[in-house]
Design a protein around this ligand. Sequence first.
Ligand code: PLP
Length: 291
Amino acid sequence: MPGVRQAGGVAELRGVAVWRDGGAVAVPADAPVVTAFDQGLGRGDGAFESVAVVDGGTPHLAAHLQRLRSSARLLELPDPGDAVWHSLLDAVLAAWPADLEGVCRLFLTRGLGEGTPPTALALLAPVPAETLRQRAEGISVVSLGLGVPAAFRAEAPWLLGGAKTLSYAVNMAAQRHAHAIGADDVVFTSLEGQLLEGPTSTVVWAAGGTLHTPPLETGILAGTTMARLFAHAAEDGWPTSVTPGTVADLHAAEAVWLLSGVRGAATVHTLDGVRRGDAGLSARVRELLGR
Ligand code: PLP
């Protein structure tokens, strides 16, 4: 059981692989792998993906690699290609126990800058116990303003809307703010109060017999978990819709989830301090995601 394994020796279970001289090299988890001059370190200038590791494999890798290619394009970074990522994953997964759920982070940075190759890394670690708890017990969420109009980022490519960049300091600060006021996570809203996304998740709500999620034109990330849920729901006869929404729509919804690859569908049991139910729909969402 993942929880039991996590109680012991998490540190020695971590793995790192770096792309070096045309090949994937596995290195000890705490060994230095990039120079201090790497643009990813100093500027957060790069892209990443967090990929779920289940039963020793990465069942949803293809969608993550597709988004990584898209992020690289938006950042004008050379994409090293899927073969590089597959080699890095093989290198970190080689010694991974099949019964332990993991999270594999793929990092692509601008390296030393112009004319030098990008840095490509894979980092593997057990899924944190807190993530498993939130998946099982649900989450308390607060809505926080992101300070951008909902339509702005679609017209402002320099803001990198839709790219999963390494510049997650704001996302992490928003989560710390949530923790400081007793919540687990955040739903960002636009200047006008339109729903955007969580700092590390996609917002999905059930209302009127339909699953809803906000439009990508707001500059949010295209969630791979949301896409998988919506595809399976549609096959199952559960209508889906891309719908602009507000926090009031979430309060009025039958159920609200924050979706992401590693945590899965985290049921929102409290929104801005108000308890809410899920109308028994979370089990169906989990079943659809497990298909
Ligand atoms: N939105 C943001 C900002 C994220 O960081 C993530 C997670 O990585 C998501 C949405 C959900 O994406 P996915 O379902 O592909 O994990």
